[in-house]
Design a protein. Structure first.
Length: 207
């Protein structure tokens, strides 16, 4: 996906939230996405991340790890949810739009990691390239590829933190009873609220 395409996705994420906070309902936003993002009809996973500016503190992040909706619809749903339904934060208000930046991460289909012993798991993932999903029973958690770079984690800590995100003990992966899936993401982000959009990699976004 090139920068022009990514910019279109980020612009729509912001516009859809402006409309949503102005009183437009979910159906209107989804219906608007279909023609405006008509070229993005392939089913893809996607996450929308909203961060304060310039502090870069998380304000909301929700998405679909699996390709269950066309990308245009998934983006609209994710943007609305990130702004108003993330349980970690109160719903955004319109006045905040000038104080936040939007980031869109388009995902590849998650691939199950086959491993024989937990000791080999760290060698099967790569910080800066992979996102992770941990799954055991009803427990499931996901971390995007950029997260371990933001926190300076190595592969072992990345595994531990993904378990924690899934509601498991951090060392659960060492017991060999957790299923892991890896995926990659193409990341597009505003440089400033409503400003220029750049395509970034986890390695370059947090040196």
């Amino acid at each position: 996906m090139d920068l022009k395409e990514g910019e279109k996705l980020v612009r729509f994420a912001r516009t859809s939230i402006e409309d949503h906070l102005d009183g437009k309902n979910r159906t209107f936003i989804i219906e608007m996405a279909r023609p405006e993002l008509g070229e993005f009809q392939e089913e893809r996973g996607v996450f929308v991340t909203i961060s304060t500016f310039p502090e870069k503190e998380l304000r909301g992040c929700i998405g679909y790890p699996e390709p269950v909706y066309p990308l245009n619809e998934a983006l609209a749903l994710s943007a609305m949810a990130a702004a108003t339904e993330d349980p970690r934060f109160p719903p955004m208000i319109a006045e905040e739009l000038e104080q936040v930046v939007f980031e869109v991460t388009v995902l590849t289909k998650p691939e199950k990691i086959d491993y024989k012993t937990p000791e080999e798991l760290p060698s099967l993932i790569e910080v800066g390239r992979d996102g992770l999903i941990a799954e055991r029973g009803y427990h499931r958690g996901l971390l995007l590829p950029q997260v371990p770079m933001e926190w300076g984690w190595d592969e072992e800590e990345f595994l531990s933190q993904t378990c924690w995100k899934a509601g498991l003990q951090k060392d659960e992966w060492r017991k060999g009873k957790v299923s892991f899936y890896r995926f990659r993401g193409e990341i597009f982000s505003e440089k400033s609220p409503g400003g220029a959009v750049e395509k970034i990699t986890p390695e370059l976004s947090h040196p």
